[in-house]
Design a protein around this ligand. Structure first.
Ligand SMILES: Nc1ncnc2c1ncn2[C@@H]1O[C@H](COP(=O)(O)OP(=O)(O)OP(=O)(O)O)[C@@H](O)[C@H]1O
Length: 223
């Protein structure tokens, strides 16, 4: 049987002593899945994403990614190259003057030559219908355009897993529809944090609920 893309077991985490955010959380993601991660505000959903890619480290428990148990910072470098987070706030993701530079940044960081990185960035932008956007000034884009460019920066790394943190938050109906269509057509496994039940019903293959520090399979209700 193939190893899961992610397997988390017994994960405990607190930002402050005595105030646990995650208590014995377990989670598994397999290829082809699009898992909705739901739960109340402040339940720890973003925290769980950060633990999956090693931006935060649990006080107990095991993070296995791509078939290997990950502990040290160096173990997580490969994880971050293969699992891309789309941040809740696109401004946290976009920091270069132009769109092309932002989208080429990841491939460059992975060791591609400037010409290769620019080629990947252009192809990624085109695949998202943003062909003419390369020379646009990133900070002048609309919120919806920024979200699509932020997705391009993640996809340009050619990840195996997408971790999407409220991807449709603050989008107008048209951009939400466009983004939903794009995500539904992508081959990557995904974990999607969202509160919009209609959006999740269209996209997700199953859902898990984080509440009170525990993660459980959610079947009936999505949020
Ligand atoms: N850097 C931090 N330091 C201290 N507490 C934090 C920090 N980041 C988050 N928290 C707290 O940890 C808890 C979990 O936060 P987290 O952002 O993971 O929840 P969430 O489920 O993603 O929430 P939301 O749906 O509102 O985005 C919250 O109570 C939050 O206030």
């Amino acid at each position: 049987m193939t190893a899961p893309l992610f397997r988390l077991q017994g994960i405990c985490f607190a930002y402050e002593p005595g105030r646990p955010v995650l208590r014995d959380a377990g989670f598994r993601l397999d290829a082809g899945e699009r898992v909705a991660l739901v739960g109340p505000n402040g339940a720890g959903k973003t925290t769980l994403f950060h633990i999956m890619v090693g931006l935060l480290h649990p006080s107990a428990g095991v993070v296995e990614a791509f078939g290997t148990v990950r502990r040290a910072e160096k173990d997580f470098r490969e994880v971050r190259a293969r699992a891309g987070i789309l941040f809740q706030d696109s401004d946290d993701q976009l920091f270069c003057p132009t769109v092309l530079e932002d989208v080429a940044f990841g491939p460059l960081n992975l060791g591609k030559s400037p010409a290769e990185a620019a080629g990947i960035a252009k192809a990624t932008l085109e695949s998202l219908g943003l062909g003419g956007f390369g020379s646009r000034i990133t900070h002048k884009l609309s919120g919806g355009q920024k979200r699509l460019v932020a997705l391009a920066t993640v996809l340009a790394m050619q990840p195996d897993v997408l971790l999407l943190d409220e991807p449709t938050n603050a989008l107008d109906a048209e951009t939400e529809e466009r983004l939903t269509g794009i995500l539904a057509a992508l081959p990557q496994a995904m974990v999607i944090i969202a509160h919009d039940e209609r959006f999740l019903a269209r996209l997700s293959t199953r859902s898990v609920r984080l509440d009170g520090g525990y993660l459980t399979e959610a079947t009936a209700r999505l949020s």
